[in-house]
Structure formats: structure tokens, C-alpha cells
Design a protein around this ligand. Structure first.
Ligand code: NIG
Ligand code: FE
Length: 433
């Protein structure tokens, strides 16, 4: 019998996310939270070894004087969020563009006049690896404080062999030194850099012949992504790049149908990508094809909100038609400057009519599937990593309902309490001193 290092007791609700459905949750099963009332979770060597009612569990485990006991005081326990779409490595923020958009310029107009991704590329190229690591650390700390324990992290602001490799090495270093787990994605096809403006086919050749092989050889990323959009990479170019990546063993994902109905969602289905992300402008055929191919729809309402757009992805339609839906922040300096997954849950509920239960499934187990880590994280089940968050709420529905504040009480990562909020925060909880 394993010795227990940490035990969480007296949880009002444990959302285990255990379900009868194997694979990403779809349709009505996106509301399946597997709730245990008055529950206990026992942890040994960073893994969950028992979860259930206190009485059942105490017979199964051994504790000694070193076992840490955490009293959840009737609060809600969730798996840590998996934020399955982020761009956390960048050199400079872009608040000037935020103001330009408020005054009427569009994201595309700003990009066309040298701002946007191109300005982030210029800034990133001038920074060292060490500087970029230092800049990213407080962002990861903020993510953790909002209950995120795993993130997907993209390159895509380097856009040359050396600078893309540098970005992926920064992600690798962050994964080593920060408690958050980072899953790296190669996004060399985020934009055509300025020096290739009139020779885009040469840039595509560089991605296919130099960058993809080198990233694969150094094992710096297991996923390849692309910005498939009008004026960026069209369908033919995207197919060419992603097919090359697939031949090198990369799993695929796409920024698809974000600003126009170009058909990236259909290409994702054709190529059996693991996810198609954004999807503000997906059409009915795209939805049908994604469902048939089992492609996860990663919805990023933070980008709609951050760009001040009215169009949000048709989450209801996608869920009702059986597409597995996941959520991410899309944290980046251009379109979605937030590290907060709870904020994304609020937007998903209010702007896309997802229920609180669907939003939680989409940001835990379904997003774990989107980063191919569902066997390790995303639910509270025996054998999974002990990545758990105790929320200062009595019902999980308060998490999206009480928006714009941080209701996280404690974050447990790999079985260790690594974050405790300074104020208890929740309605009616009062300050805990
Ligand atoms: O996911 N759509 C493309 N990429 C990012 C924006 C990147 C940027 O503006 O720096 C996105 O929204
Ligand atoms: Fe993105």
C-alpha cells in the first residue's frame, strides 16, 4: 500500500470529469462532470492514488506523520485547467494597437501597416533566450494563479530558422524551470516575414526544407500549427506545409476560419488534424467534416473579446452536432492579452451559450485531448498526475458566473501545494488570515 504524501479532505464537490465516454467528450456528455459530494483525494509521489468518499478511501491508504492534510472546507475541487492554445513567449506588449482598434482600425489594417505579428517578430529577434525566459516567467505565474497547470505554447514570432529554434528552446527551458507543463508547438507559418515579402514561396520552402526537419531532429515540438487565413497562408500553402510536417511525425493543428470562411476547418478534417482553432467563421460543411473526422474545435473567445469583434464561434451548433469542443486563452500580445482561463469560461458561457459544465469539460479533459495529454491530466482519476485546484466557491457554476475576479484558493501541481491565494475571495467566505 502506497504511503500518502498529501490528502485533500472535506471537498464540497470534487469534479472528477470521469465519464463513460472514451475520447474527447461530445454532445450531452460535455455536461458529464462526475461529481463526488463530500469527497477526498489521496496523492502519492505526484499521482492520484484514490478518489472518492472519505470512508471508502481511508480503508485503502496508509498515512504517517509526514502526510500533509489539506482541508478543502466544503469548497470545489477541479483538475487544473489545460490551456490548449497560447503564444506566451514574446518580447513586447502591443497596447498601442489596442487603442488603434478602439479608434476604429481593424486587426488586418494594423497588420498590413507593419504592426501585428510583424512587429512582434522584430521585437523578439532582438532579445536573447535568457531575456525571453525572464519575460515569460511572470506570465506563467499569472496562469498558475488562475488555476492553469498545463499549457500548449507556440513559437511563431521568430520566423527564421534560428529565431524559431530560439523560441522553442525558450519554451523548453520554461518547461524545465516552471511548475506549469508546457507542450510545444512549431508555428513557423504564423506569417511571411518582411524579408520574404516578395518571395513567399521561398519562405514556404525554408519552412519545409529547413525548419521542419531541424525542429523534428532536435525534438523541440511534437505539434505543427499554421495561420491559415486570407492574406497569410492560403489553403494550398497550408496543405503543403502541414503535409510536410506530418511526414516528419508532427501532429497537426491550424488557426482556421478566424477572420474569414477560408475553409481551414475542412482542411483540418482532410488532414486529420488533432484540432482546428478559432472557427469564428466556420460554415455548416466545416462543422460536419470536423465531426466526421473527430477534429477537436478549440474555441478562443478571448481573441474575439480582445479584438472587440461581434462574431464568436458557433459553439452551440458545434456541440449540438457532436464536435468535441475545447477552450483556450489564445494568450498573445496582439489579439488576446489574458492569462486567465476563468475569464475564458465566463466568455464561453455568456457569449457562446456554453453551460458552465460544458465550459469546464472544454477546459480540462477536452483541452487535455487537444494537447494529446489526456492519459496524464484533465480528470481527477487514479493514475493521473495530481494537478488539482481548490476553488473558493460552493458550486462550480460560480466560476464563470463571478467574472473578472480570481476565485482560486490553492493550486496543487504534481502533488505539491504550490500556490495559495492571499485572500479567500469567494462570496461569503471572508478573508482568511
Ligand atoms: O491566435 N491568429 C493568429 N495568431 C494570433 C495573433 C497573433 C498576434 O497578433 O500576435 C491569434 O489570434
Ligand atoms: Fe493563436
Amino acid at each position: 500500500m502506497k504511503l500518502i504524501n498529501l490528502i485533500i479532505q472535506n471537498a464540497g464537490q470534487i469534479l472528477t470529469l470521469k465519464s463513460s465516454q472514451k475520447g474527447p467528450r461530445t454532445g450531452e456528455l460535455m455536461e458529464d462532470l462526475g461529481i463526488i459530494q463530500d469527497g477526498t483525494v489521496a496523492i502519492s509521489e505526484g499521482k492520484i492514488v484514490a478518489v472518492g468518499k472519505k470512508k471508502e478511501i481511508l480503508d485503502q491508504i496508509t498515512m504517517d506523520e509526514k502526510t500533509k492534510i489539506v482541508d478543502a472546507r466544503d469548497k470545489v475541487v477541479l483538475p487544473g485547467f489545460v490551456d490548449c492554445h497560447t503564444h506566451p513567449v514574446f518580447a513586447e506588449t502591443r497596447e498601442e494597437e489596442f487603442e488603434m482598434r478602439i479608434k476604429g482600425k481593424s486587426y488586418q489594417e494594423i497588420a498590413a501597416s507593419g504592426g501585428g505579428i510583424k512587429s512582434s517578430v522584430k521585437a523578439l529577434r532582438s532579445k536573447s533566450k535568457k531575456e525571453l525566459v525572464q519575460l515569460a516567467l511572470p506570465r506563467l505565474d499569472r496562469m498558475l494563479s488562475f488555476g492553469t497547470t498545463t499549457i500548449e505554447a507556440k513559437s511563431g514570432y521568430g520566423l527564421s530558422l534560428d529565431h524559431e529554434i530560439k523560441m522553442l528552446e525558450v519554451i523548453q527551458e520554461l518547461n524545465r524551470i516552471h511548475p506549469i507543463d508546457l507542450v510545444p508547438t512549431f508555428l513557423g507559418a504564423h506569417e511571411v516575414p518582411e524579408e520574404y515579402e516578395n518571395r513567399r514561396s521561398e519562405y514556404i520552402k525554408l519552412i519545409i526544407e529547413k525548419m521542419i526537419p531541424e525542429v523534428a531532429k532536435r525534438k523541440l515540438a511534437g505539434f505543427c500549427d499554421i495561420f491559415c487565413e486570407k492574406g497569410v497562408f492560403d489553403i494550398g500553402e497550408s496543405r503543403q506545409i502541414l503535409t510536410a510536417a506530418r511526414n516528419y511525425g508532427f501532429k497537426l493543428r491550424l488557426h482556421a476560419d478566424q477572420l474569414s470562411s477560408l475553409g481551414g476547418s475542412k482542411l483540418a478534417a482532410e488532414l486529420r488534424a488533432i484540432s482546428a482553432d478559432h472557427l469564428e467563421f466556420i460554415d455548416d460543411e466545416g462543422i460536419r467534416m470536423m465531426k466526421r473526422a473527430g477534429v477537436i474545435g478549440v474555441l478562443l473567445p478571448g481573441a474575439c473579446f480582445g479584438l472587440g469583434l461581434k462574431e464568436y464561434p458557433p459553439a452551440r451548433k458545434m456541440i449540438d452536432q457532436g464536435v468535441p469542443v475545447a477552450l483556450g486563452t489564445d494568450f498573445n500580445p496582439g489579439s488576446s492579452m489574458t492569462e486567465s482561463m476563468p475569464m475564458i469560461l465566463s466568455l464561453a458561457c455568456l457569449m457562446m451559450r456554453m453551460t458552465p459544465a460544458e465550459a469546464i469539460v472544454a477546459s480540462t479533459i477536452n483541452s487535455a485531448y487537444a494537447v494529446d495529454k489526456a492519459n496524464e491530466v484533465g480528470t481527477i482519476e487514479v493514475g493521473k498526475r495530481a494537478d488539482l485546484v481548490i476553488w473558493n466557491v460552493q458550486s462550480y457554476k460560480e466560476i464563470p458566473y463571478h467574472f473578472g475576479v480570481n476565485l482560486v484558493g490553492q493550486v496543487i501541481k504534481d502533488g505539491k501545494v504550490i500556490y495559495v491565494s492571499s485572500s479567500a475571495g469567494g462570496e461569503g467566505q471572508g478573508l482568511r488570515r
